[in-house]
Design a protein around this ligand. Structure first.
Ligand SMILES: O=C(O)[C@H]1O[C@H](OP(=O)(O)OP(=O)(O)OC[C@H]2O[C@@H](n3ccc(=O)[nH]c3=O)[C@H](O)[C@@H]2O)[C@H](O)[C@@H](O)[C@H]1O
Length: 431
């Protein structure tokens, strides 16, 4: 409206009406704009909230299958300590990481059988056939052991587990294993053996009460050490593989947590563990599969045509070593993340004390399988292998009476019997 007409209307009433109409229109249009804006904001908020809940439930669905009253009940039941008839010790409730793995499943069963509470955690990764891990899980389930599907890097999950159960011990066996695979997938070793370990220790240090921790180091930490047999005090600063380096780093990291937070820690240097329900990536296992399927096997040979040798250790002996370590671990001293005094820090070799060459391992398998192997002998590639391993076990023997009793001949017989019952002659699972 022109300013003149606004100030000096020719027809005052008309102008008044027009102005009122316009004001009303303006008012109405600004109310409707407001209304529309409000509607828009409400719609935006609603869609944001529903998107959030979709993301939440989606991420829960994809990354975690844990939580809820029923889940907590399963965890609690599994951790229940049964009264022991033959022992005065109160029993323990143990969180076993890597419980669907080879050593983890055996240790879990042994603990449960004597009345200890056991809760497992495993990420069921596909480093080797996860169906074997699922089969171990269902075996454990039959014995009342619940395995949570999750990763040791998941701090929320670990914290929740410690909220639900006051674990007295942690048997930490989850790891990226395998010496040669470290050249293919180095990141997986850092993820599990370094980051996962630190995450677990962070939760343990803050737990109240703090648990005692026993964990799997490796004979590979001796690396290029040539002094035989390998003793815990020998040098371990020349790792030959990234796998060995991450296990050695684990020993240093656990020492730090023992020193700063008063966590009781025992590291176990396992020497090439084998047996029923073993790991398909290991030589004795893959040789068996290939021999039965008529496929060739590759046998590595060391410098100057010297045969490689390993202190192969049977799983039942390793289980005894793990349980002996748990029973003698001593208490952590910290509370609320603060150290209250010195706590035990130990490292033990768990080996067999009698190394056997790889060609001898093959000939024992041939005898048990009654099939000749097609052998392809080549010089050891530079892939992280060491020429030999040989454990001195006097420290473990002194501390908790560790004494391996199964030789390779007997142990492989038991392995072959299991292998045939599980896979059959043609390699297909029969369970
Ligand atoms: O004690 C350990 O700390 C490690 O033990 C195990 O490593 P290793 O001792 O290397 O066992 P494994 O692979 O069975 O090879 C055995 C022998 O067969 C030779 N070997 C292997 C494969 C092949 O094709 N040919 C061959 O000659 C090979 O050169 C070697 O001489 C675990 O895997 C590892 O996770 C870790 O726990």
């Amino acid at each position: 409206m022109p300013l003149e007409e606004e100030l000096f209307p020719s027809t005052p009433g008309k102008v008044k009406n027009q102005t009122m109409n316009r004001q009303l229109h303006r008012c109405f249009s600004s109310t409707s704009t407001l209304f529309l804006w409000a509607l828009f904001l409400i719609a935006l908020t609603a869609s944001y909230l529903s998107f959030q809940s979709f993301v939440d439930s989606g991420s829960k669905y994809f990354t975690a299958s844990w939580g809820g009253i029923q889940w907590e009940k399963q965890v609690r039941n599994s951790a229940q300590i049964l009264p022991r008839r033959s022992s005065s010790s109160p029993g323990m409730s143990v969180l076993v990481t890597g419980a669907a793995g080879f050593v983890g499943s055996h240790v879990s069963l042994a603990l449960k059988k004597r009345g200890d509470g056991v809760v497992g955690i495993d990420n069921f990764n596909s480093y080797y056939d996860p169906s074997l891990k699922k089969a171990r899980k269902s075996l454990l389930n039959d014995h009342g052991i619940f395995i949570v599907e999750g990763d040791i890097n998941d701090a929320k999950l670990l914290a929740k587990l410690f909220d639900v159960v006051a674990f007295t011990h942690v048997m930490h066996l989850a790891a990226q294993a395998g010496v040669r695979y470290a050249m293919e997938n180095p990141g997986s070793y850092v993820h599990s053996n370094i980051a996962g370990l630190v995450n677990l220790l962070e939760i343990c240090k803050s737990a109240n009460p703090q648990p005692s921790i026993v964990w799997a180091s490796s004979s590979s930490v001796y690396g290029l050490n040539e002094k035989v047999p390998f003793s815990e005090s020998d040098r371990t600063d020349q790792p030959a593989s990234l796998y060995a380096a991450t296990k050695k780093a684990g020993e240093e990291i656990t020492h730090t947590y023992n020193h700063i937070y008063g966590l009781s820690i025992t590291g176990l240097r396992f020497f090439t563990v084998y047996g029923p329900w073993g790991r398909p990536d290991m030589a004795y296992f893959s040789f068996t599969r290939n021999i039965l399927q008529g496929k060739p096997i590759t046998i590595y040979r060391g410098k100057n045509r010297v045969d490689l040798a390993r202190d192969f250790t049977y799983i039942d002996d390793i289980v005894k070593g793990c349980i002996g370590s748990l029973d003698t671990s001593g208490k952590s001293t910290g509370t609320g993340g603060k150290k209250r005094g010195p706590a035990p820090y130990r490292i033990f070799n768990l080996g067999n004390t009698s190394p056997v060459t790889v060609p001898t391992l093959v000939s024992i398998l041939e005898r048990h399988l009654k099939v000749k192997a097609k052998k392809n002998v080549i010089d050891m590639p530079g892939n992280g292998d060491v020429p030999f391993t040989h454990a001195n076990i006097s420290y473990a023997s002194k501390e908790f009476g560790y004494k391996p009793t199964t030789d390779l001949q007997t142990g492989l017989k038991k392995f072959v019997r299991w292998y045939l019952s599980y896979y059959g002659y043609n390699g297909k699972s029969v369970t």
